[in-house]
Ligand binder design. Structure first.
Ligand code: NAD
Ligand code: IPM
Ligand code: MN
Length: 355
C-alpha cells in the first residue's frame, strides 16, 4: 500500500479555489489520520491562467500534471472572458486531452439526509444509484471547428477505438455494480451514434453477465427524472454526458453534490473535479457547497492512489456531516463552506462512523 503522493492542485476560477481549499483541508486531515504523506504543487488553469500566464493552461502546467500522481481541480470559467479570443474552458479541455482522460465517471446517488433537497418527489429519488460514464476526449468538443460571422460548425467524430475503450470502462464498472449498462445515443439521427451503438453491442459480447439496453438521448433525459432507478451504469458520448449529468445532479438535489473522476490509461494521472462549474454568481461569498470537491478527493484515493480505505473514511465523514445538517444554501441550509469543511474534517479525524 502506497503512503506518499504528489498531487497537483488546479483551483481555477470562481468558487474553484474555495472548494479545492476545502478538499485539501479534508485530504490533509485524512493523510494525518492514516499516516500518509501528501505533497502538493499548485498551478493556474482557466481565466486566472489567461490573466497571469497569457494562456488557459501552460505547457509547464500540463507537464506538472503528467508528473503528478493525480490532479485535483476546482472549476474554470469567468464571464470576464466571454467574447474573447481564448476561453478559460479551453484549458480544461487541453488538460483532459493531454492526460488522455477519456473516461469520466460521475456517480449520482440519492442521499438519505438530502431526500427533501431534491425538486423531485421522494419516492422517485429514494434508492437512486447511477454511474454516468461519459466519453471525455472525443465528439463535438474536439472535432474541427469553424467560427465565422455567417457560418459556424463543430465536427463530431468518433472512432471505433474511442468507443471501445470507454465502453469497456462502463462494462467493467457494471460488473461490480448491478450488472446493467444503458447506452445513450441519438442513433435515429446521427452517424456517430450508429457507430457508437454497433461498437457497444460488439464489446457487450465480452460481458455476457452484464445486461445492455439502448435509449435515445431525448428519452433518456425524460427517464432520468421520471424513473431514475431504471439506470445502473449510463454510458454516453461527451456532449450528451455533459448535459445529462447536470440534469442528474437534481436527483441528490444540487450541482454541489456531484464528484467526478476522469481516467485514462492505467498509469496516467487521473483528474478529480466536481461536476459543477465556477458558479460566478456565488463566488467569494463562502456559500459554495464543498461536498462535490471533497467527494472528488475521495474518488482520487480510490481510483488513482490505491487507498480505498481513505476514500471510505472521507465518504463516511461526508455522510455524517450531511446527517448532522451541515448544509449550504443550495441544499436548503445556512452553513458556510468553511463550516461544512470543518465538520467533515472533524469526523474524518475522529475515525469512521463517529457522530
Ligand atoms: P455552474 O455549475 O457554475 O453553476 C450553475 C448553478 O449552480 C449556479 O446557480 C451556481 O451558483 C450553482 N452551483 C454550482 N456549483 C455550486 C456549488 N458547489 N455550491 C452551490 N451552488 C453551486 O454552471 P454555469 O453557471 O452554467 O457556468 C459558470 C461557468 O463555469 C462557465 O464559465 C462554465 O463554462 C464553467 N463550467 C466549468 C466547469 C468545470 O470547470 N468543470 C463545469 C461546468 C461549468
Ligand atoms: C464539465 C464542464 C466542461 C465540459 C466545460 C467547462 C468545458 O461543463 O466538466 O461538465 O463541458 O466538459
Ligand atoms: Mn458540464
Amino acid at each position: 500500500m502506497r503512503s506518499s503522493f504528489e498531487i497537483l492542485l488546479l483551483p481555477g476560477d470562481g468558487i474553484g479555489p474555495e472548494v479545492v481549499g476545502a478538499a485539501r483541508e479534508v485530504v490533509d486531515v485524512a493523510a494525518e489520520h492514516f499516516g500518509i504523506e501528501v505533497r502538493y504543487e499548485e498551478r493556474k488553469i482557466g481565466g486566472v491562467a489567461i490573466r497571469d500566464e497569457g494562456e488557459p493552461v501552460s505547457d509547464e502546467t500540463l507537464e506538472a500534471a503528467r508528473a503528478s500522481d493525480s490532479v485535483l481541480l476546482g472549476a474554470v470559467g469567468d464571464p470576464a472572458f466571454d467574447g474573447g479570443a481564448v476561453r478559460p474552458e479551453a484549458g480544461l479541455l487541453k488538460l483532459r486531452k493531454h492526460l488522455g482522460a477519456f473516461a469520466n465517471l460521475r456517480p449520482v446517488a440519492a442521499i438519505p439526509a438530502l431526500l427533501s433537497a431534491s425538486t423531485l418527489k421522494e419516492e422517485v429519488v429514494k434508492g437512486v444509484d447511477i454511474l454516468i460514464v461519459r466519453e471525455l476526449t472525443g465528439g463535438a468538443y474536439f472535432g474541427e471547428k469553424e467560427e465565422g460571422e455567417e457560418r459556424a460548425s463543430d465536427l463530431s467524430v468518433y472512432t471505433r477505438e474511442e468507443i471501445e475503450r470507454v465502453t469497456r470502462v462502463a462494462f467493467e464498472a457494471a460488473r461490480r455494480r448491478k450488472r446493467r449498462v444503458t447506452s445513450v445515443d441519438k442513433a435515429n439521427v446521427m452517424a456517430t451514434s450508429r457507430l457508437w451503438r454497433r461498437v457497444v453491442v460488439e464489446v457487450a459480447e465480452e460481458y455476457p453477465e452484464v445486461e445492455l439496453d439502448h435509449v435515445l438521448v431525448d428519452a433518456a433525459a425524460m427517464f432520468l427524472i421520471r424513473d431514475p432507478k431504471r439506470f445502473d451504469v449510463l454510458l454516453t458520448e461527451n456532449l450528451f454526458g455533459d448535459i445529462l449529468s447536470d440534469e442528474a445532479a437534481m436527483l441528490p438535489g444540487s450541482m454541489g453534490m456531484l464528484p467526478s473522476a476522469s481516467l485514462g490509461r492505467p498509469n496516467s494521472p487521473g483528474i478529480y473535479e466536481p461536476v459543477h462549474g465556477s458558479a460566478p454568481d456565488i463566488a467569494g461569498q463562502g456559500k459554495a457547497n464543498p461536498y462535490a470537491a471533497i467527494l472528488s478527493a475521495a474518488m482520487m484515493f480510490r481510483h488513482s492512489l490505491g487507498r480505498p480505505d481513505v476514500a471510505e473514511a472521507i465518504e463516511q465523514g461526508v455522510s455524517v456531516s450531511l446527517e448532522a445538517h451541515y448544509l449550504t444554501a443550495d441544499l436548503g441550509g445556512s452553513k458556510t463552506t468553511e463550516e461544512v469543511t470543518r465538520a467533515v474534517s472533524r469526523w474524518v479525524a475522529a475515525g469512521e462512523g463517529v457522530a
